[in-house]
Design a protein around this ligand. Structure first.
Ligand SMILES: *Cc1c(COP(=O)(O)O)cnc(C)c1O
Length: 496
């Protein structure tokens, strides 16, 4: 098998092994690691149909993580995709209203982040061993609500690691916040910042880029890494479920071999949909990649006009995990669309930092034709949730609702009725109040858990363990900080 190496999208690092790229998270120059090519699957869809999730994940991940042995990788996969998930299928497909919902929320924290964050700690500790790392790994993470909890669930009490999570104080749902502040584990820390997700993510990126601070940490025996989707160790495991989804459809006779499907993804940081793009270029017959945004529709505008412009108001919506104006992983697509021109990519990213915008030229835009942007307002999101519930009894969460609304508009506008997979990114229980406001009529109880019980009654689904746990769990984290004090807070937490 040919080895794959990683390079920074901004040119500052080259020939990095997969395990080192995972350990580092972000490249020294602030760029993101990219494989030197997108490998082709060495088995056909027919060969892969009927395989377990674990087997499929192995066949995908081995092609990207070429310095992991088969034994190492299989052991990471077995440790991640076990009975933490409440279904053997790990990522089941549910057909409703003519669309296939790929349910990515059956893990520990009931959002799709579990798909990658269940395995990242295994990949990272294996990578640390391979590289004879003698320092304690400090995972620094900015979260729009779901990553933080999923990362802590994965890293809690993992020897040789600590994890610090920053979330926007007023930018997450009640269940999301409770999940975070009740997190157990002596190596976990949670901080509410007075700002939005972009502030948190920018602050974390600045800390990563601070070389002096990195040296100071190294002296104390610490090294930073990232659990955000900027880490290639997040992206690679996510490719697997798109391969798996296609193979399940084939295996169940829902599609013919080679039949092209569309994929719609509710998007924020552009990580999940980029994984679908990787799957397509590995050989999965995917036609359109429909990128669904909420009212923070910076990506919709970008795909429509070629200009990425973050100079606009940051809106808080009922799909908070998509409230993002700086979609980090788009940098990887930009890099590919320039023909892997790191200098140009670095220039465009500098434009974004300095002027708040950049523009892709015609050539680049042609390279991005697989993607189509759409957006749904909060009202359209609610209507989609209600309509699908009334027609089928199936309840979507508010993020998946955005994707369903965008897909429905796309189908009406284009007449394209190819079979479609929608990535279902969270359990409705995580956003119970907003979901019940969309479906129910009449006033909802004040208490969040009474709303959850209502949702249980109308949907006929079981309340997930992740929700039952927080009903009574004590609050263990109450730290807050301003945007400016993130670095100081990190030092305090690490006792420096
Ligand atoms: C993180 C998240 C998204 C956005 O995914 P990206 O990979 O950041 O585009 C969508 N929905 C939910 C529920 C999420 O947690």
């Amino acid at each position: 098998m040919m080895n794959i190496f990683y390079q920074s999208t901004r040119g500052g690092e080259k020939e990095v092994t997969p395990s080192r790229a995972i350990l580092k998270g972000l490249a020294c120059d602030g760029g993101l690691f990219m494989p030197d090519r997108i490998p082709k699957l060495d088995l056909s869809m027919r060969d892969l149909a009927g395989r377990s999730y674990q087997d499929t994940a192995y066949e995908v991940m081995k092609l990207f993580l070429t310095d992991f042995t088969e034994e190492e990788l299989r052991s990471c996969i077995a440790g991640a995709y076990d009975d933490k998930f409440d279904t053997k299928a790990i990522a089941p497909l549910t057909k409703a209203d003519g669309v296939y919902y790929l349910e990515l929320f059956h893990g520990n924290t009931i959002a799709f982040k579990d798909m990658a964050l269940s395995i990242l700690p295994h990949l990272m500790t294996t990578a640390a061993r391979k590289n004879h790392m003698d320092k304690e790994i400090v995972i620094l993470t900015a979260t729009s609500g779901d990553t933080g909890k999923a990362a802590m669930a994965g890293f809690a009490d993992v020897p040789g690691t600590r994890i610090i999570v920053f979330y926007p104080k007023d930018g997450v749902s009640r269940v999301q916040e409770l999940q975070m502040v009740t997190q157990k584990g002596d190596n976990t820390a949670v901080v509410a910042i007075h700002g939005n997700f972009d502030d948190a993510q920018t602050g974390v990126k600045q800390i990563f880029a601070d070389r002096e601070f990195a040296e100071e940490l190294a002296e104390k025996g610490f090294v930073f890494s990232s659990a955000n989707s900027i880490n290639i160790g997040r992206l690679v495991p996510q490719v697997a479920y798109y391969v798996y989804a296609y193979c399940r459809l084939l295996d169940q006779g829902e599609i013919a071999d080679g039949e092209r499907i569309n994929v719609t993804v509710p998007t924020g940081n552009f990580g999940n949909i980029l994984a679908a793009y990787f799957a397509k270029h590995m050989g999965v017959p995917i036609d359109r990649l429909i990128c669904a945004s909420n009212d923070n529709k910076v990506l919709y505008d970008f795909f429509r006009t070629g200009t990425y412009d973050r100079k606009r108001d940051f809106l808080l919506t009922i799909s908070p995990s998509m409230d993002i104006l700086i979609s980090s992983n788009l940098e990887r697509l930009i890099y590919l669309s320039t023909g892997c021109d790191a200098e140009r990519t670095a220039g465009l990213m500098a434009d974004l930092t300095e002027t708040g915008q950049y523009t892709a030229d015609e050539d680049m835009r042609r390279q991005m034709e697989d993607f189509l942007g759409g957006f749904a307002t909060e009202q359209e999101d609610r209507e989609a949730i209600r309509k699908i519930y009334e027609d089928t009894g199936y309840v979507l969460d508010t993020h998946t609702g955005v994707a369903a609304a965008v897909y429905e508009k796309y189908r009406k506008d284009t007449g394209d009725d190819k079979k479609t997979v929608i990535a279902s990114t969270a359990s409705p229980y995580k956003f119970a109040r907003s979901v019940m406001e969309a479906i129910g009529d009449g006033r909802l109880p004040e208490d969040e858990f009474e709303v959850i019980d209502l949702l249980c009654r109308i949907s006929g689904t079981e309340i997930p363990k992740a929700v039952e746990e927080i009903r009574t769990a004590p609050v263990r984290h109450s730290r807050e900080c301003s945007r400016e004090d993130m670095k100081k807070t990190v030092k305090e937490i690490l006792g420096m």
